[in-house]
Ligand binder design. Structure first.
Ligand SMILES: CC(C)(COP(=O)(O)OP(=O)(O)OC[C@H]1O[C@@H](n2cnc3c(N)ncnc32)[C@H](O)[C@@H]1OP(=O)(O)O)[C@@H](O)C(=O)NCCC(=O)NCCS
Length: 183
């Protein structure tokens, strides 16, 4: 899998590409920044060592899981990881999570990362892509709806965020099988 250059709304360019083990530091830094905001993702900080992260990235070889990164001016500024279920009964479904650095949000990076993941899902034979999002995360929900995801369920009070019970939304999108030819 190769990289794609995307122009952001503010004129910067981003490279969207599968992560390599050498991205472990940049990915860990990104997760620490987004986690410290304490309102968007489950983790408040990265809980792995760099060696563990390198091994995780090496194992995600694109066959059943992949990490996509978005590089802006040489910095890992966006991340999306997607993985198929591990069992014969759920390996047709892939779940993903994603984050962008605050100074890159609203510029089209999330859209580009999710489009890359949907392209991977189609080529990997995935039939359904799923995610879970805090019901309070309006920007993320809008992105997912824009790219065809629909709400499938609401987990009431599944999260306690800064002292407040927050619902979780399960969202999903079906993947059309790839047609033969040039698509
Ligand atoms: C959610 C997130 C990944 C979206 O990435 P992004 O690069 O900001 O998204 P984009 O710029 O591609 O915007 C995609 C759509 O989201 C919506 N959107 C983006 N920013 C928004 C905002 N501040 N408020 C409302 N909607 C917003 C818009 O519909 C936009 O589409 P449009 O520009 O065509 O109208 C990013 O905001 C982020 O990293 N947030 C913190 C971590 C997080 O919430 N991760 C997801 C956990 S489930």
């Amino acid at each position: 899998m190769s990289g794609t250059v995307v122009e952001l709304k503010d004129g910067r360019s981003a490279i969207i590409r599968p992560a390599v083990p050498g991205d472990a530091e940049g990915i860990t830094a990104l997760v620490n920044v987004v986690g410290a905001e304490e309102r968007w993702i489950l983790r408040d900080r990265a809980t792995w060592t760099l060696d563990q992260e390198r091994a995780t990235l090496a194992a995600a070889d694109g066959s059943r899981s992949v990490f996509f990164v978005a590089e802006v001016a040489g910095r890992i500024s966006g991340l999306l990881n997607i993985a198929c279920g591990q069992w014969p009964k759920n390996e047709h479904v892939a779940e993903f999570g994603m984050s962008c650095l605050p100074d890159c949000r609203g510029q089209g990076l999330g859209t580009a990362l999710l489009q890359a993941a949907l392209g991977w899902a189609r080529s990997a034979g995935v039939r359904k892509v799923t995610l879970e999002v805090f019901a309070t995360n309006a920007p993320a929900i809008r992105l997912y709806r824009k790219l065809g995801f629909e709400e499938e369920g609401r987990l009431r009070g599944a999260f306690l965020i800064q002292g407040r019970l927050v619902d979780g939304l399960r969202m999903a999108r079906w993947i059309e099988p790839a047609r033969s030819g040039n698509d």
